[in-house]
Design a protein around this ligand. Structure first.
Ligand code: NAD
Length: 377
């Protein structure tokens, strides 16, 4: 053990690494051992509940090595559950009830060094936690040294957990009980505005990856953020590659104003064109100074939408096929040559550095921020 930092009543916390602790229950060790053997007997009788109790008691009483403070808190809450006689029974009951602890539960018995570290932690709650993106965010938050996953919400979360964290189904209630500093939302375009009204009106910051916002939606979010004195980052694309693609494209558009965008996504995506394609088109339109006539003014579509959608004269084409994550190509055409800027994310992890940066920024910044590029420099 590198450093022993606490000898509280009934609990010993040893620091064994930068963010790694061992928690040992000092008192009632013998009784714990007795309970473990009782539980083993239950287990032999094929009692599933007994199995869970035995596991928990072994963890609580034999000392528990953990990788972050959140797990420490879980351990403490588990041994400190209510209404039962021994800590082991309380722990088992709490475990079986699927309690998710707050660090506050551990607070009163800890020395000030640990309290200081905990106070610096950003309390993150993930909305849409059972989805493809939400689940990746949950995993990533749990790996951050300065963040604590305090809650997970999903409409389909009843009786479910994600990475060991019970999933709440009611966002408003979860905001009240979990008390996050920031909510990360990766849900659906048709529900996200309702979610964000709830989050911002509760005085909580938001980092939003869900796409499909209109100009009016963004105006409303700006007003809500200002009214509630909180920060909200809306970011149609959290990948660094995509942000750089847009920056490069804006530079190219100064010299090659004729441009079409092809975005390629997996076939589960609900909205089209993608938020990134719209953002790209907006940025390019700024450089081009508004509408630019492209293609033949007399062109005729033989099938509806053959030329894709249109933004200020720019055509946007949406491909939906299994196999893609979220690729985009921006093709510039000029006399005798074309120039293509392309970005191909290969896994959802590419979004995570941007989402984590968003959480760290938005606990300090107020108002609406739109786009990852706004928080990079
Ligand atoms: N900004 C980015 O970089 C980026 C990257 C990828 C995806 N996205 C966007 O993120 C969103 C989610 O994508 P996904 O692939 O994870 O989708 P998904 O369908 O896998 O996940 C969405 C989750 O939200 C849950 N959900 C639906 N309504 C809810 C509600 N009212 N409250 C709480 N949870 C609710 C669903 O049950 C589901 O688990 C989409 O809009 C997608 O376009 C953005």
């Amino acid at each position: 053990m590198i450093e022993e930092i606490s000898k509280g009543t009934g609990i010993k916390v040893d620091k064994i690494g930068r963010n790694s602790y061992t928690v040992t229950i000092i008192e009632q060790k013998d009784r714990g051992a007795e309970n473990i053997s009782n539980s083993r007997r239950d287990t032999e009788e094929g009692n599933e509940r007994g199995t869970a109790e035995a596991e928990l008691r072994v963890r609580a009483y034999a000392g528990m090595q953990v990788n972050n403070l959140q797990t420490v808190a879980f351990g403490w809450r588990a041994i400190n559950g209510n209404g039962t006689k021994s800590p082991a029974e309380a722990g088992a009951a709490s475990f079986l009830a699927g309690h998710w602890a707050h660090l506050d539960d551990l607070f009163f018995c800890l020395p000030k060094e640990i309290k200081g570290e905990m106070q610096k932690m950003i309390r993150v709650m993930v909305n849409g936690a059972l989805g493809r993106m939400g689940h990746t965010v949950v995993q990533t938050v749990m790996q951050q040294e300065d963040m604590e996953l305090v809650g997970a919400v999903d409409v389909f979360g009843k009786d479910k957990t994600v990475e060991g964290c019970p999933v709440d189904t009611d966002l408003a209630q979860a905001l009240e009980t979990r008390k996050p500093d920031v909510v990360v939302d990766f849900t659906r375009p048709d529900v996200v505005m309702g979610n964000l009204r709830t989050v911002l009106n509760a005085g909580v910051n938001a980092v939003v990856g869900t796409t499909g916002f209109t100009k009016e939606d963004l105006e409303e979010l700006k007003g809500l953020a200002e009214k509630n004195n909180v920060g909200i980052l809306v970011c149609p694309n959290f990948s660094m590659g995509a942000v750089l693609m847009m920056k490069i494209a804006a530079e190219v558009a100064k010299y090659f104003p004729q441009v079409e965008i092809i975005e390629m996504h997996h076939d589960k995506k609900l909205d089209a064109p993608s938020g990134t394609a719209i953002l790209t088109a907006q940025k390019l339109a700024e450089v081009r100074g508004g509408f630019v006539q492209q293609g033949n003014p007399d062109e005729e579509e033989k099938l509806p939408h053959a030329r894709g959608s249109e933004y200020e004269g720019m055509r946007i084409h949406s491909v939906r096929l299994p196999g893609f994550v979220a690729s985009q190509e921006i093709i510039f055409g000029s006399m005798g040559e074309t120039l293509t800027v392309r970005n191909d994310p290969v896994s959802r992890e590419c979004y995570m550095p941007g989402v984590m940066r968003g959480c760290r920024t938005m606990v300090k910044r107020k108002g609406l921020v739109y786009g990852l590029d706004q928080i990079l420099d």
